[in-house]
Design a protein around this ligand. Structure first.
Ligand code: PMP
Length: 400
């Protein structure tokens, strides 16, 4: 039998900087039923349309089984791509099925975009903080991550301008403009326009990751960066994970012709195509039910959970803690006193049967340890209030 050491020495260098994801490790703890978890990015499972999806899968296998169970094209199921194109047009994105690549989850879009665009050492701008699994993807392609600050209006675009001026070899800007993971913040309209303008000025691609855009609870929808883009430099990513169910593993990418063709080649080499059965069943579900009604229901329920968390934080958390006030999505982001380490708070919180994600892994570099990400979509209001009350006690004890 080979030893572990022999195995380790044979791993590719690209694996060197990556550690086991703390979030995935925490999720193991939160699977215990008695824990009130604000940790995962999980949608509420009671809102999955299980009966409707059961009917859809049954229908598709029975009526279209020979096609639905067969290999298919890499680009994806055309009627589903047409359906998505129509919905995107209502958001101002001028897309047709020819621009839409179906993905096995939008996470695959991060991987494919990085594969197609980045050589080792290429520079990518991300926010401080940003989506943990985007950091991991860019690191796997040995990119150099350049971070810019973010505040209540999202990524600081003037710092982006400074970084673009200082590093002419920046290749890509990655961001979650709506209800960011982890911060919950939304990029203002002014900043959207400025960022698209900067991308054009410097010839840099933007990867606009938008899994949460449909889940707005307050305020007005803002135009996607992709809808403001005349140059074809914006790649737009979204998913059915938050509006139907993440277990479908079904997302999509919108790109212009030249890069689209490269992405198709990369996807072909990666997994040939996304599940034909899932694409057809999802299309059947979408066209036999009102998506808008389903999403309106999600908005009402998650919106209430978001409000309950904000009210509970205001009532129970120590005055020294600051937090963001999301208008949608699934997360908010709390900043504790600078000397506090949320990893230590988590260890104590777990004893009280509370979980959250410490903020450090969401910083690509210069990790800061006094932040926590709190998810509000996966707990009912009573549990949210109880969980925040208990977490507040742990924080107060820790402070004293
Ligand atoms: N991007 C962001 C910002 C996310 O939060 C997530 C899900 N956690 C994803 C991408 C991946 O989503 P999926 O692969 O399920 O579509």
């Amino acid at each position: 039998m080979t030893t572990t050491a022999t195995h380790l020495s044979s791993f590719a260098h690209r694996m060197d900087p990556l550690e086991v994801s703390t979030v995935r490790e925490i999720l193991k703890v939160t699977e215990m039923p008695e824990v009130i978890s604000f940790a995962g990015g999980l949608p509420a499972p009671e809102l999955f349309p299980t009966t409707e999806l059961a009917q859809a899968f049954y229908h598709v296998i029975r009526e279209e089984g020979r096609l639905a169970l067969q290999y298919s094209t890499t680009e994806g199921y055309t009627p589903l791509r047409d359906y998505i194109a129509l919905r995107l047009q209502t958001k101002g994105i001028r897309a047709s099925a020819n621009n839409i690549l179906m993905l096995s989850g939008s996470q695959q879009g991060l991987d494919l975009a990085a594969k197609v665009l980045l050589n080792p050492g290429d520079k990518v701008i991300v926010a401080r903080p940003t989506y943990l699994a985007a950091i991991q993807t860019f690191m796997l392609f040995e990119a150099q991550l350049i971070t810019v600050a973010s505040d209540d209006e999202g990524m600081d675009v003037e710092e982006v301008a400074l970084k673009l001026r200082a590093h002419p070899d920046i290749k890509l800007i990655y961001l979650v403009a709506n209800f960011d993971n982890p911060s919950g913040t939304t990029l203002s309209l002014e900043r959207r326009e400025r960022l698209v303008h900067l991308a054009q000025q410097y010839g840099v691609c933007i990867l606009e990751d938008d899994p949460y855009g449909e889940l707005r609870y307050r305020g007005e929808h803002l135009p996607p960066l992709k809808s403001l883009d005349e140059s074809g430099l914006v790649l737009y990513l979204s998913t059915f994970s938050k509006t139907i169910a993440p277990g479908l593993r079904l997302g999509w990418l919108v790109a212009e012709k030249e890069i689209y063709q490269k992405l198709v080649i990369a996807k072909q080499a990666s997994d040939l195509h996304t599940s034909t059965l899932t694409q057809r069943a999802t299309y059947y579900y979408l066209t036999t039910h009102s998506t808008d009604e389903h999403i309106a229901r999600l908005r009402a329920i998650y919106g209430e959970r978001c409000s309950v968390m904000l009210e509970s934080l205001a009532r129970y958390f120590p005055a020294t803690v600051r937090w963001t006030k999301p208008e949608g999505g699934m997360f908010l982001w709390a900043e504790l006193a600078p000397q506090v380490r949320t990893e230590e708070i988590l260890a104590e919180a777990i004893k009280e049967k509370i979980a959250f994600v410490p903020g450090a892994p969401f910083f690509a570099n210069d990790k800061r340890h006094n932040f926590m990400r709190l998810n509000f979509s996966n707990q009912v209001p009573l549990q949210i209030e109880e969980g925040i009350k208990r977490l507040a006690r742990v924080i107060a004890r820790h402070h004293s």
